[in-house]
Design a binder for this molecule. Structure first.
Ligand SMILES: Nc1ccn([C@@H]2O[C@H](COP(=O)(O)OP(=O)(O)OC[C@H](O)CO)[C@@H](O)[C@H]2O)c(=O)n1
Length: 334
């Protein structure tokens, strides 16, 4: 499709951005030969994912305007590492690549983080990139990996914990596990709870490899966005699991997306929602003008291609410059 002259002009904005940041999703590195996804329809390049990460970091380090930070959108190493007793070694290998990046990295937690490590181990690891907020600590958020940061005046990023309510990464003895079990069993009668087989399409999200936000996290997000509205900030919300059904397949959607979406739409500060998880990627603009971008996964990207992007942030828009299978996009603020 030909770009309209207006779209071309927007893409070619040569003015200096306020700042830029990098995007990469679902690296899922493992020192294993290539495999396939569950249905055998998509090849997974476990070893090569490290090379694609290296390409991304080389690109970011050579950028004229250096990215202020990188968003690693979760599933940094694959769950298969655990079976091979290689979780620590695999993580170290990927983090070592990231250490060569001149920008700070914000790590989001996905399902594969919990296949490899306990929640408490993750909190004490380098994958905890939490920036302590300016607001008073809320004790109810102690076991939740959610935080926010402001890379430049009038801009804020919120990192969400999409496995706050989940059957993975929560001790069976805890209240949140019981609550999650009830939620999933109400919609999914399958013996194997990773299976969406037989469910009506919109219920396909009620599988074990997804999760949701607790009421405490929703309340925290609401308070944070109210404060951002008052300050006139532009907010980008980041999570491993997408929240808009048009930006992903329904089997990769957050359990309580139907509570999260209205909350985001009610806050004028929110301009963009970034996620990974669905390796095919996706994009839509919701009815209120929030951009929902699901970033294509490195793990299912062939070795001769790439899967990373750089976002140039302006006062009125963000411009995504994609590499490999990630498309260029202009995201005008609502
Ligand atoms: N229909 C399915 C799909 C998966 N499983 C099992 O669930 C676990 C997680 O699956 P996996 O594909 O590894 O999860 P990813 O986060 O890498 O990918 C999510 C989307 O599929 C990507 O687009 C694993 O144990 C699978 O075997 C299942 O039982 N039934």
């Amino acid at each position: 499709m030909m770009a309209t002259p207006q779209r071309r002009a927007q893409m070619e904005d040569n003015a200096a951005p306020a700042f830029t940041f990098g995007l990469i999703a679902d690296i899922q590195y493992a020192d294993l030969k290539d495999g396939y996804n569950f249905h055998g329809t998509r090849k997974r390049y476990y070893r090569n994912s490290l090379h694609l990460l290296r390409n991304a970091i080389r690109h970011w380090n050579e950028e004229k305007v250096k990215p202020s930070f990188i968003l690693q959108l979760g599933d940094i190493i694959d769950g298969f590492n655990r079976k091979h007793g290689a979780s620590g070694k695999a993580l170290e290998k990927v983090l070592d690549e990231f250490r060569g990046c001149s920008a700070q990295v914000h790590h989001v937690w996905g399902n594969h983080e919990f296949y490899n490590f306990t929640r408490s181990a993750l909190f004490s690891s380098e994958l905890n990139s939490e920036v302590k907020g300016e607001e008073e600590r809320d004790d109810r958020m102690d076991d939740v990996y959610a935080y926010h940061f402001s890379p430049a005046p009038k801009f804020r990023f919120v990192v969400l914990d999409a496995y706050d309510l989940s059957l993975i990464g929560r001790e069976e003895s805890c209240e949140k596990y019981s609550q999650s079990f009830e939620i999933i069993k109400e919609h999914n009668p399958n013996e194997e709870l990773n299976q969406p087989a037989g469910l009506i399409p919109m219920d396909g999200r009620f599988v074990k490899f997804n999760g949701g936000l607790s009421q405490d996290q929703l309340d925290w997000l609401d308070r944070l966005l109210t404060s951002a509205d008052e300050k006139g900030e532009k907010v980008t919300v980041v999570s491993h699991i997408p929240v808009h059904p048009y930006s992903t397949s329904t089997t990769c959607l957050t359990w309580n997306y139907d509570e999260i979406l209205p909350l985001l739409c009610a806050h004028k500060s929110v301009v963009c929602f970034l996620a990974g998880h669905d390796h095919d990627g996706g994009y839509c603009v919701d009815s209120t003008g929030i951009h929902h971008l699901t970033v294509e996964g490195v793990i299912e990207t062939p070795p001769d291609c790439d899967a990373f992007g750089t976002v140039y942030v302006y006062e009125d828009k963000m411009i995504l410059r994609g590499n490999g299978r990630i498309k260029n996009r202009v995201l005008m603020y609502r």
